[in-house]
Design a protein around this ligand. Structure first.
Ligand SMILES: Nc1ncnc2c1ncn2[C@@H]1O[C@H](COP(=O)(O)OP(=O)(O)O)[C@@H](O)[C@H]1O
Ligand SMILES: [Mg+2]
Length: 264
């Protein structure tokens, strides 16, 4: 861990209960055991890299935490409080925001419309949902504020995201998650489709979110990126956690060996 990370971790976050704790999680798809007794802990101000070869169970784990799937057994705590993540909407209510690999942005909409698509924040709460009107002004303002705070450079915030570069789109998706996440931001391969400079921007954005105190889970195959931004690397293989390492240069080979596995 870097000196800066040491300081961060010894500040407020170390004493608080972890933002997210998963214990003894299992999940089967028919005969396939996707998760076989997985434990996971992420704290505020921490970037956890979730590593593992294809089929290890990474996506299943984050989809269960995000409410897309349900664990067959196991428990989840947020800030020390037991929770049941029964749907994606419940996950969002609990302050968990997930950026999937396909981003799920609406190409024909601008950033503000993308930020608020599908969210029940429109109009006064005393009105029935169907009668609430989307208040565009505040949405545009909030979106612009978030993009500015996170230093996501968008020339014109009214540009539809379909016209933006891969890196800008990724940044918009990450910023959207950051705007609504009060606890955990989960990112599935956030730099997979990006070039060097675009990746740089997204990595910097992730570090900014961490410094704001978010708990962050990043699935990545990009070992250089993991080594740079992660405070903790956990490795899955065949539905189990097989190791946890601090991503220091001297541990790199050990991490790679854990991912590849020696006994297959
Ligand atoms: N919806 C599904 N239906 C059936 N099997 C699945 C489903 N999702 C994942 N699996 C299986 O679960 C295992 C773990 O997959 P996954 O979580 O996608 O791994 P990873 O994200 O680490 O590549 C694999 O054997 C995969 O084929
Ligand atoms: Mg996957």
């Amino acid at each position: 861990m870097t000196a800066a990370a040491d300081v961060r971790m010894t500040q407020a976050h170390m004493n608080a209960p972890p933002a997210l704790t998963v214990r003894g999680a299992t999940k089967r798809f028919g005969a396939v055991v996707a998760l076989d007794g997985v434990d996971l802990t992420v704290r505020r101000g921490e970037v956890l890299a979730l590593l593992g070869d294809n089929g290890a169970g990474k996506s299943t784990l984050i989809k269960c935490v995000s409410g897309v799937h349900r664990f067959d057994s196991g428990s989840v705590e947020m800030n020390g409080v037991p929770v049941e993540v029964t749907s994606p909407a419940v996950a969002r209510t609990l302050g968990i925001e997930t950026v999937y690999q396909d981003l799920a942005l609406f190409d024909n909409l601008d950033p503000a419309a993308n930020f608020y698509a599908g969210r029940e924040t429109a109009g006064p709460r005393w009105l029935p949902r169907g009668l609430r009107v989307l208040r565009r002004g505040p949405m545009v303002e909030t979106t612009a504020d978030v993009l500015k705070r996170l230093q996501v450079g968008v020339a014109d915030a009214r540009t539809t995201v379909g016209l933006m570069s891969g890196g800008q789109r990724q940044a918009i998706a990450v910023a959207r998650a950051a705007a609504f996440a009060t606890n955990v931001v989960i990112l599935d391969e956030p730099t997979a489709a990006l070039g060097v400079r675009e990746s740089r921007r997204v990595l910097d954005l992730i570090l900014r979110l961490r410094d704001e105190g978010h708990a962050i889970v990043v699935i990545s195959h990009a070992m250089d990126h993991v080594m740079e931004i992660a405070d903790k690397a956990v490795v899955m293989r065949r539905g189990r956690m097989v190791g946890e390492e601090i991503p220091r240069p001297e541990n790199r080979q050990k991490i790679v060996s854990l991912i590849v596995g020696g006994d297959d």
